[in-house]
Design a protein around this ligand. Sequence first.
Ligand code: ACO
Length: 365
Amino acid sequence: MIQHGLKGVIAAETAISFIDGNKGYLVYRGKEAKEIALNYSFEEAAYFLWHGTFPTKEELASLNQKLKNNRTLPQNIEKIMQLLPNDMELMSVIRTVVSSLGNSQYKWKPTIDEAIRLTAIIPTIIAYWKRKISGLQPVTPNEDYGHVENYLYMLTGKKPLDVHVKTLETYMILTMEHGMNASTFSARVTVSTESDMISAITSAIGTMKGPLHGGAPSDVTIMLNEIGTKENAESWLRAKLENGERLMGFGHRVYKTKDPRALALKEKALEIGQDDPWLALALHVEETAIQLLEEYKPGRKLYTNVEFFAAAVMRAINMEDDLFTPTFTASRVVGWSAHVLEQAERNVIFRPESQYIGSLPFLMN
Ligand code: ACO
């Protein structure tokens, strides 16, 4: 039997994360992701996903040093970025630049140091590009800042507010890892051919870019901007559903209840943006859309996904729309690389079958 989109097919064993889509749980290596997001730093959470234990003081210091050592762009990469046209979309820039990091050092088998190197450099690529297209000088990473603080600092050139750092850190930990999603699957498929870490992460970035996966949060902002007022919400949403269109930020392949990441981000958004009329509109749209989705798509169990409240959180910390999916990429690289390392440990090449539905030469009939 064909499983279109591999729905429900178990394609690998993993010890990295577990999702209960009916109860709404997301677990990283035995611990609830929300608990990690609220109590640990980005660096500690990344270490935990890669190794399965939290780092000791010495291990954390060593990870921080490696991240620092790899945060600066090599000169040849800066040159490549200068040559890319300013109208290139940021996700395509990240994909191209990550791909061009792939010198002969990167080969089978992938290593944890490669995972750290890529995690370190993606925020720098994003910030460099944003400043380049705005005609601004790049900001050198600050040696005293943590990973997430540095990301905000390199974007703006100013020390970010602690509340913005913690909010972004929560978002980035909650989106680090999510089982066999499309981009993680891409990364695992690529490395399963005994290819290298850079190739696997490049595949994953290309997969992340699409609106059915990571590309939705800016579409959520577009949707809310178009709706504009609470009064307009029902008629706008109804018109889209009448037209057979999908509402961005709703529905999930795995969650058939509220996405726990959306719930955690909603709490964060309410904490820092409670007086924001845009957030009030978002909450109204959420409620109205869930009712209408049940009316137009009964029994499909369509609720807000992580992307809906990612948009609210990003807005609350003044992140521009074009940074949403790239920021998701800067966190998900941790999960991708953890999966690449896991795949390489017990590798079997991915090679499914397809069912031919074309014509055959007469001899074979
Ligand atoms: N709006 C309206 N209808 C929807 C939506 C939606 N957002 N999502 C699913 N449906 C409907 C489908 O039309 C389908 O209806 P049907 O049974 O009448 O054909 C039914 O619900 C099931 O949909 P599928 O596409 O089979 O569900 P699938 O699990 O393949 O899709 C997906 C999941 C791609 C996320 C989908 O819900 C969607 O397109 N959402 C909008 C885009 C979005 O928010 N993407 C971000 C996802 S989160 C992430 O990747 C980090």
